[in-house]
Design a protein around this ligand. Structure first.
Ligand code: SF4
Length: 353
């Protein structure tokens, strides 16, 4: 089995040769590193990069981000999904300004106390910005370690998480923790891929346990099955001239803080007659005989089937009455541009513009 120091040396050597030139790799500013880490969680680099650039340009410092209205932050985040990340991003910026006078804590333990900053992000900031010798452990790191060292412990279990964290921390070198962590993540992202890892041309080809025993498709082991919930959304897009009726989503649910339409939600599919029977008299007259086909929107733990029913209203009085009855906000065409919306609604607007 490969020794810790040889492992670190090899992977850092590989990183120098193969790393992608990315803007957050050119800095030791904890604000920018934190921003990139939050944006890149559950997001591919190609998708996250323009968001990172927009955030840095709009909010060049943590103080600027903290001072922004939450709505503007959500609007800039729009399209990235997992909006709790954006809300936490904003809350975290505020806390850094209020508690730490705008200066990031400089160690793993204190960083972990910030909103939305778990062990992974804290380790990334601590090692890259402050050279603390602490390992970052993400999906890429699980995969590389499980394969190279033949670790058959379930990465989703508490025991597995602890084991992999300790293993990674044994490997991280005191001198270059920043390079080591970035190298591990980059090697997992570009070389030791989930499917078809590049084993024939690999720095670990002589020592990798998975390669030796042909376990690449077995490791890492992740047993926990995610239960997918299906939700059926029936939206009513009330329009009068260029104005729309929108709802601010305040409940603790997906898309909290964003705006959508008046919504009837079901836990099973239904049709126009079904909705007419079950729902309030106020929306019944607006139901067409046949509902528009649904858009399918897949989130990590949920599948949404979204019908959007356009409702053209021709009198202002009726429009304002509907707004009052259904507790909706009248939003002008300009206002629609500014408010943060789920990407599915943005796409719908673009398709009907
Ligand atoms: S030999 Fe294959 S499985 Fe092993 S580290 Fe290299 S790419 Fe990954």
């Amino acid at each position: 089995m490969i020794q810790s120091s040889a492992f670190a040396q090899k992977i850092i050597g590989w990183y120098w040769e193969h790393k992608r030139p990315l803007p957050w790799r050119e800095t030791t500013d904890p604000y920018k590193i934190w921003l990139s880490e939050i944006i890149l969680q559950q997001t591919r680099v190609a998708q996250g990069l323009p968001y990172y650039e927009r955030f840095v340009k709009t909010y060049p410092t943590v103080k600027a981000l903290a001072a922004a209205p939450q709505q503007n932050v959500l609007r800039l985040w729009q399209g990235l999904g997992y909006y709790s990340r954006a809300r936490n991003l904003h809350a975290c910026a505020k806390q850094i300004v209020e508690t730490y006078n705008g200066v990031f804590p400089n160690n793993f333990n204190d960083l972990q106390k910030l909103p939305g900053v778990g062990p992974y992000t804290a380790a990334a900031i601590a090692s890259i910005a402050f050279k603390e010798s602490v390992a970052v452990v993400d999906g890429n790191v699980y995969r590389v370690l499980a394969r190279v060292f033949g670790i058959e412990i379930d990465t989703a279990s508490t025991e597995g998480k602890k084991y992999f964290f300790e293993k990674a921390n044994q490997l991280v070198p005191a001198k270059d923790p920043d390079l080591f962590n970035q190298a591990m993540m980059e090697f997992g992202a570009l070389h030791c891929l989930p499917q078809n890892p590049k084993c024939d041309d690999c720095i670990f080809s002589n020592t990798c346990v998975a390669r030796k025993h042909e376990l690449q498709n077995v490791l890492p082991i992740k047993s926990k099955k995610i239960k997918i919930k299906k939700r059926y959304f029936y939206y009513f897009d009330f329009r009068f001239k260029n104005s729309r009726l929108m709802k601010h989503r305040t409940a603790k649910d997906i898309w909290q803080g964003l705006y959508d339409f008046y919504l009837i939600e079901k836990n099973r599919p239904t049709n126009s007659a079904g909705l007419r029977q079950e729902e309030m008299a106020i929306v019944a007259p607006y139901l067409p005989a046949k509902l528009p086909a649904p858009f399918k929107h897949v989130l990590s733990h949920q599948q949404l089937f979204i019908h959007i029913i356009p409702v053209h209203i021709h009198s202002e009085k009726e429009f304002l009455h509907a707004a009052k009855q259904l507790n909706l906000q009248v939003i002008s065409k300009k206002g629609l541009e500014r408010i943060p919306k789920p990407i599915i609604i943005e796409k719908y607007f673009n398709s009907t513009a």
